[in-house]
Design a protein around this ligand. Structure first.
Ligand code: ADP
Ligand code: MG
Length: 468
């Protein structure tokens, strides 16, 4: 170890040189990922009386360093500036408006821990929002009034309203994804420096599992804890994923404590999320829960007129009324119907007649079935019931495998147009009577067991979301 006389050090070593030497030692002891995440953003800003002053981009960063790398930094510092050398941290708390505002600097000592997420100066995160979802093209109606109003307030003042977390729930195709992404887009339009991230809970889970496999769960967590706005779609997909929930719980706490905005969507109200950690459910109640109901007739008409206009197709009121009267429970299907008409007009040069519309409406209700395949049904059922997918196609007669197999058969019958024979073939070449038996067994279970019925509803929702 190089030991230097402190007076000598003070006079001749620049902060940059000391820090560069520290980095050399540190680099040898940590992974490249940890090195670039935690050490490269640190800036040496002064060196006086053998105290090296370094600037960190946030309290969370500082906390992390103190918790995980304190002895490494001490060792590096000693080797770079002598045994007596000391370190002083300066934490910059607000990088968002760095360009406009003078720096809000604050020296901290070890005791003053307040968790403020990591925020690297000037760092832009990848925009994961779909630009097409805006408030402008989101039609207000009775069913979404509260959710829409709260969304507006949040986008004016993310993290600063009582609506944190903002929990939007409702059935498939009612505009949850549209609304929560519109909030993100609006925030970025008004405050481009905000770190806004949108992702589905499925993506979140996959990323989390990847991070565990590559020993990077801490980096995963740190990344999300550094956001100003976290938008997590379809939170019901975290059900029964305990480990992912646990990490999400910690991320949630950090963000909430530091006044960052959390926006969640789900197909059911928090209290109905069976299989979700109770601590999370109670936190979902902290802010605002707003449901989105299926649109009433007027709203359906308004949506149809607006979308027809956007698509540039002229459709008579009579036709719009027919669609609005016949597609009642799902805005995605209303849109789907118009797209079908648009295709007929532009590709087949057909005129929009009531007959054509009737055909399109009918196709919409069966097209759902076309999109859904036996394989995806089986995959989702097995995922929910924690059964290996290949086992349902094999001969196993283990109870849980039999249940997964029967439920997959039942849902294949209900959600696809496949014949009993085809369904049987998908499950290891079983014959049609086995499929009939499966359907009657599941029917009985659905009538007698409430919790089973709830699971099946969740599975169906997931299948419809994935296939739509
Ligand atoms: P969910 O997430 O609830 O399943 P989506 O947000 O994906 O539903 O909405 C389905 C489709 O319907 C999207 O194309 C969306 O733009 C459209 N949509 C939903 N609600 C509205 C609305 N109020 N106004 C305009 N379009 C809407
Ligand atoms: Mg959605």
């Amino acid at each position: 170890m190089i030991t230097l006389d402190s007076s000598y050090t003070t006079q001749t070593l620049t902060p940059e040189r000391i820090w560069t030497n520290c980095l050399k030692v540190i680099k040898e002891s940590v992974s490249p990922m940890a090195y670039s995440t935690w050490f490269l953003p640190i800036k040496p800003v002064g060196h006086l009386n053998n105290v090296l002053k370094v600037e960190l981009p946030g309290n969370f960063h500082w906390e992390w360093i103190e918790e995980h790398y304190k002895s490494l930094i001490t060792k590096a510092l000693k080797s770079a500036a002598g045994d007596e050398a000391k370190l002083e941290y300066v934490v910059v708390n607000d990088f968002e408006h760095e360009a406009e505002k003078p720096k809000n600097q604050q020296s901290v000592t070890l005791q003053e821990k307040t968790a403020i997420p990591l925020a690297k100066p000037g760092e832009r995160i990848k925009n994961t929002l779909n630009q097409k979802y805006t408030f402008d093209n989101f039609i207000k109606g009775e069913g979404n009034q509260l959710a829409r109003a709260a969304a507006g307030a949040i986008s004016d003042n993310p993290g600063g309203t009582a609506f944190n977390p903002f929990f939007v729930y409702g059935g498939v195709g009612l505009g949850k994804t549209h609304l929560i992404q519109a909030i993100g887009n609006e925030i970025l339009a008004k405050m481009p420096n905000k770190k806004v991230i949108y992702l589905s809970s499925d993506q979140f889970t996959v990323e989390f599992l990847d991070s565990i496999q590559s020993n990077k769960a801490n980096e995963f967590s740190a990344y999300y804890r550094a956001m100003d706005v976290l938008i997590l779609d379809d939170i019901q997909f975290l059900i029964h994923k305990e480990k992912t929930q646990e990490y999400f719980f910690n991320i949630f706490n950090t963000l909430h404590q530091s006044g960052k905005q959390i926006i969640l969507s789900s197909d059911k109200a928090p209290k109905d999320l069976k299989g979700m950690d109770e601590r999370l459910i109670s936190r979902f109640h902290w802010g605002l829960q707003a449901d989105i109901q299926p649109p009433d007739y007027e709203t359906r008409m308004a949506i149809l007129s607006k979308k027809a206009n956007d698509f540039g197709i002229a459709i008579s009121n009579e036709i719009l009324e027919y669609i609005a009267a016949n597609i009642t429970s799902n805005i995605r299907e209303l849109e789907g119907c118009l797209i079908k008409l648009l295709a007929n007009v532009s590709l087949n040069s057909k005129e929009i007649t009531l007959d054509l519309v009737k055909k399109s409406v009918k196709e919409i209700s069966t097209s759902k079935k076309i999109n859904i395949g036996i394989d995806i049904i089986t995959k989702i059922v097995c995922e929910f019931l924690s059964v290996e997918e290949n086992k349902v196609r094999a001969k196993t007669r283990k109870q849980e495998v039999v249940l997964a197999r029967q439920l997959s058969m039942y849902l294949s019958k209900e959600l696809t147009k496949s014949s009993l024979k085809t369904i049987g073939l998908h499950f290891g070449g079983r014959d049609h009577s086995t499929v009939i038996h499966a359907c009657t067994t599941i029917d009985k279970l659905l009538q007698s067991e409430k919790s089973f019925k709830e699971t099946v509803v969740s599975i169906k929702n997931k299948i419809e979301t994935v296939c739509s």
